[in-house]
Design a binder for this molecule. Structure first.
Ligand code: 4AD
Ligand code: MG
Length: 465
């Protein structure tokens, strides 16, 4: 818009370059305060977490309009960057002219007072203008980019898997239906059943619960691949860590086993933490101070130490000996409840822990049967404060066993014929995992509710906009 246009981020990165020079900023009022002849505006232009202070005097022709300018108003400011007298910031802008681009009035719910997260969830379109959400959604962006960089550096191929699918990748029946049929006038077959051949796509369709099966067949061509996209689960879980729409990162690696899988997952999580600490120091300082005291130290410790690894059977033994009263009894055949997972990560290990080799009955059909005939080569990564953030497994590469496992899980092998093809045409050992993106962001930022790390969360009874 003008040659002097500068971003606040550029100023804080190299204030000396702009010192005593004219700058032109565009952005929004965070707060303002005034005396008779002076006013101060805390100004944020979205380019970085930090604000910059704008100083106004009554020499400005529109001073009377500006001295009570409300939070959220958009401005174009021209002035000189100077050293600040105040203790708090080293630099400020002495305004020579300020254009009010868009006034925000007092009905804007985002005002200087502190709001509860519950209230802010009712205004998802406005909450990124608060410190907490500005920091959180930027962390999302930084971690998303780090994910691609991690896999790119390792030579993985990025695969786009479909969002609309006819397969239940987890076989758990938690899929949202996608239909073009008129629900009030469903077409019927001669037998009185719904005639899905009248669907636009020609048959029943759903939103994907996981890109895994689709990405697995790409692993057969490209060796090491990953997908990173939205996934949907129609589960009625009203908890702080379940969303009905969330993002997942799913790598799949060829000629590799469950231990290679855990190695990759550990390296991956550590890379993301290291990158976020480096790229978002201001945001991380904020989280450390206001959201989870001790967060930075926690994350730095994770980088220094190996993750723990125990078998599921060992985990059950530890839980049985635990001197705490769990709400759910500990039983080998029942699997782990969230309270058990958290006890292992928080009380026993106090760091991330891989639990592996789970009972075959409680895990998905595609996981590789171990030689004991009772367990499968599956692993969950459990972390303090959250529980499971990763679920992974070595895949069953043997056609006969996989076909039998589909049947054992009550699934029809005919529905998975395309998936079975890969086991017929050049099968090989391969392994992969899914990292829940929101759970990772919660872990890295200290944010305690999945509803507060997604811009527009979708959870039971909750779809705003
Ligand atoms: O353990 P899950 O169900 O594993 C899979 O979907 C496999 N197909 C992954 C693979 O091997 N390629 O889900 C993986 C992760 C979980 O560990 C959790 O972090 C996250 O996805 N997740 C959810 N996050 C938020 N809300 C939900 N409802 C979630 N369900 C799973
Ligand atoms: Mg899981």
């Amino acid at each position: 818009m003008s040659k002097n246009n500068v971003l606040v981020k550029q100023i804080w990165e190299n204030p000396k370059k702009f010192l005593d020079k004219e700058v032109r900023l565009s952005g929004w009022v965070r707060t303002s305060r005034s005396s008779k002849t002076f006013a101060f505006i805390e100004f944020n232009d979205g380019s970085c977490y930090k604000n910059i202070q704008i100083v106004l005097t009554d020499k400005l022709p529109n001073f009377s309009e500006l001295e009570n300018i409300y939070t959220g108003s958009s401005l174009i400011v021209e002035g000189k960057l100077v050293k600040s007298e105040g203790e708090k910031q080293a630099f400020e802008v002495q305004a020579k002219s300020i254009e009010i681009v868009g006034v925000s009035d007092l009905s804007n719910p985002i005002q200087t007072k502190r709001h509860s997260f519950e209230f802010l969830r009712t205004v998802p379109h406005l909450r990124p203008r608060t410190n907490t959400f500005m920091a959180t959604f930027r962390a999302r962006s930084i971690v998303a980019q780090a994910i691609h960089r991690f896999f790119e550096n390792k030579g993985f191929t990025y695969i786009h898997t479909p969002i609309i699918t006819s397969n239940d990748a987890e076989g758990a029946g938690e899929m949202f239906r996608v239909t073009t049929l008129d629900l009030n006038k469903l077409p019927k077959t001669a037998e009185g059943k719904i005639n899905y051949s009248e669907e636009l796509l020609g048959k029943e369709a759903y939103l994907t619960v996981s890109g895994q099966l689709a990405v697995e067949s790409m692993c057969f061509a490209y060796r090491n691949v990953y997908t990173f996209g939205p996934t949907f689960r129609a589960e009625n879980s009203n908890t702080a860590r379940h969303a009905n729409e969330f993002w997942m990162i799913e790598p799949e690696i060829a000629f590799a086993d469950l231990f290679d899988d855990m190695d990759l997952a550990e390296e991956f999580v550590k890379y993301l933490i290291k990158d976020l600490l480096e790229k978002a120091p201001d945001e991380m300082k904020f989280f450390n101070e206001f959201i989870e005291p001790g967060l930075i130290e926690k994350l730095e410790n994770i980088l220094k130490d190996d993750f723990a690894r125990i078998t599921y059977t060992e985990a059950i033994e530890i839980l049985k000996k635990a001197k705490v009263k769990f709400e759910y009894p500990v039983k080998w055949e029942d699997g782990l409840q969230s309270e058990h997972e958290r006890y292992l990560a928080e009380t026993v290990y106090k760091k991330p822990v891989f639990v592996y080799n789970y009972p075959k009955e409680i895990k998905a059909f595609y996981m590789r049967l171990n030689d004991d005939g009772k367990t499968v080569a599956a692993t969950d990564l459990l972390v303090p404060g959250i529980g499971e953030i990763i679920g992974g497994s070595q895949r069953e590469e043997r056609l006969d066993i996989l076909t039998q496992k589909l049947k054992d899980h009550g699934l029809n092998p005919d529905d998975y014929s395309w998936y079975l093809d890969s086991r017929k045409f050049g099968t090989f050992p391969h392994t992969g995992f899914g990292l829940g993106f929101e759970r990772a962001i919660m872990y890295f930022t200290g944010m305690k509710n999945v509803r507060d790390v997604i811009t527009y969360p979708r959870t039971p009874n909750n779809i705003i906009f």
